[in-house]
Design a protein around this ligand. Sequence first.
Ligand SMILES: [Zn+2]
Ligand SMILES: [Zn+2]
Length: 236
Amino acid sequence: MKRTTSAVRRLYRLLLDLVLPPCCVVCGKVEVWLCDGCAEQIPFADGPVCPRCGDAWDGPELCPRCRTSPLRAAPITSVFLFQDAIREAVHALKYRGGVQVVDPLSGRMAEAWRCWGLSSDLLVPVPLFSDREALRGYNQSALLARALSTRVEVPIDETILFRTRATASQTHLGRQERWDNVRDAFACSNARDLSGLRITLLDDVATTGATLDACAVALIAQGARDVSAFTLAHAL
Ligand SMILES: [Zn+2]
Ligand SMILES: [Zn+2]
């Protein structure tokens, strides 16, 4: 049944490509979702943010949330704001099979990684529940993490962290609902001891940080020394 749904989904994408063929979300160049030239023009997020959670914040120290109930995934660093071309490119990646955007976007992520002096022992992509990954055909965070791993030469582990249960899409949930939705939804396989490792979670978009926090709890329980997050974009 799962395989049938996935095949139907792929056929649907193919038909959609015939009617609405891929074209660059910025300049309209055909056959790509985001061309290299346009990807290079997208500005990095550079507004004032909380140094811990990455939310917009113009205060002298941490934002109010980080002072009272800090996330365990910290700091959260995002390359772009989730708007305009980035929003459309992520949509193409998640819902139109637009894996082509991974190459130009991971190039920019690597550029930011170096520019901002980031370092890590291990990259871990935020996993999708197996049903959703089968339906989409891939995990977009894993694709970004894989490409980034090659570019910045930091190893990646795609199997250590997994989802213990299906969770509703976070997209239409309120702030508190998002936290309840992902609580205890992640665990680590016992295959690897993470003692002493500084781990960086990779995800496409950071919103409330609830998913990243739930992942960090599982990784810390497995021995990780600290867990930060690096995402393509940060929701406004
Ligand atoms: Zn373009
Ligand atoms: Zn904060």
